[in-house]
Design a protein around this ligand. Structure first.
Ligand code: BDR
Ligand code: CA
Length: 319
């Protein structure tokens, strides 16, 4: 079965892993990349998306998206995680191509409305483009197949505060709109992505077996791995964004719970994704009248790593 997806992204080293997996996976038809601020500015994210398209030699449109959060001021970009250029300071030459004239939100609306029930939105950055698309055309909530996000954390620890994950904290107001809409959202958050460790040995294999993008992916991963090995007790890096792509093609890799979700938009818990998982009729009103969404709570990490490895070392890269 082929899955039509739009990948909304802020490339980003682990975004590049997700994008390459989407290019190469035989069961994914990638309709386009839409870009957002997040790991880098939206200008840099768009440049980076175009560079990945050209490096891989694929014909995939790129639509530029939001430059700032919905309400809160723009924060500094995390160059200590992804480098100033988003790819670990490799500083690739400028791409030859350009983004399409539509904005990311316009591109999402057009694709979803013209293929009702067929398009999965996979968002692996802050959620401003999805919130803007909903504002532009609220009917996309009924017409989309589902929304899969890398973002948030339900029961484990955050990575930018004790309770918040980076993509959600970058634009909590947009994230809350996405959680409140009447479409199916699947949260692939830190509950599972902090169990998916991609080792240096794996990136060595990718460098050796992928003639098109292996050397780049290996080099960029060194920066990401060195950040993670300095702050966490792991020998490698987390496969955050590729986990959302994996959910699309093999949801059985994950165990899932469901409940209404609110995102804290201010105060000490800003950016927290709070799911009402236990069916308790709480006296506080926040979760009432919200749709039940899904959150991945368990993962077969070895199966996910194999999916990434297979996509990155497949024949697709020799054509
Ligand atoms: C998320 O934040 C970004 O740094 C990564 O690209 C990923 O999307 C992980 O919290
Ligand atoms: Ca990302």
């Amino acid at each position: 079965m082929t899955h039509k997806i739009i990948l909304d992204t802020d490339p980003g080293i682990d975004d590049a892993m997700a994008i390459f997996t989407a290019f190469a996976h035989p069961e994914i038809e990638l309709l386009g990349l839409t870009t957002t601020f997040g790991n880098v500015s939206v200008e840099q994210a768009t440049t980076n998306a175009l560079q990945l398209v050209e490096m891989a030699g694929v014909d995939v449109p790129v639509a530029k998206g939001v430059a700032t959060p919905w309400v809160k001021p723009l924060s500094d970009f995390p160059d200590f995680v992804h480098g100033k250029d988003g790819f670990g300071n490799i500083n690739l030459p400028a791409p030859k191509g350009a983004p399409v004239s539509q904005s990311a939100a316009e591109f999402i609306v057009e694709q979803v409305m013209s293929q009702p029930g067929e398009v999965t939105l996979v968002a692996v950055g802050p959620l401003g483009n999805l919130a803007t698309a909903l504002k532009l055309e609220p009917q996309i909530a009924e017409k989309v197949k589902r929304v899969v996000i890398m973002g948030g954390v339900i029961a484990a620890d955050g990575n930018v505060s004790p309770v918040a994950e980076a993509n959600i904290l970058s634009d909590p107001h947009a994230a809350d709109k996405v959680m409140a809409a009447s479409w199916e959202v699947v949260i692939v958050g830190l509950d599972v992505t902090h169990q998916v460790v991609l080792s240096n040995a794996l990136f060595n294999q990718i460098r050796d077996e992928n003639p098109k993008v292996g050397a780049f992916m290996h080099q960029a991963a060194q920066f990401y791995i060195s950040f993670y090995s300095s702050v966490r007790d792991i020998d490698g890096c987390y496969g955050h964004d590729v986990s959302a792509v994996a959910y699309v093609v093999d949801p059985d890799i994950f165990t899932v719970e469901s409940g209404e979700v609110c995102v804290a938009t201010d105060g000490v818990a800003i950016g927290q994704t709070i799911m009402s998982r236990f069916g308790i009729p709480y006296p506080l009103p926040f979760w009432q009248d919200r749709p039940k969404q899904k959150a991945c709570m368990g993962v077969d990490d070895q199966r996910l790593v194999a999916l990434f490895r297979d996509a990155m070392t497949s024949d697709f890269w020799s054509k």
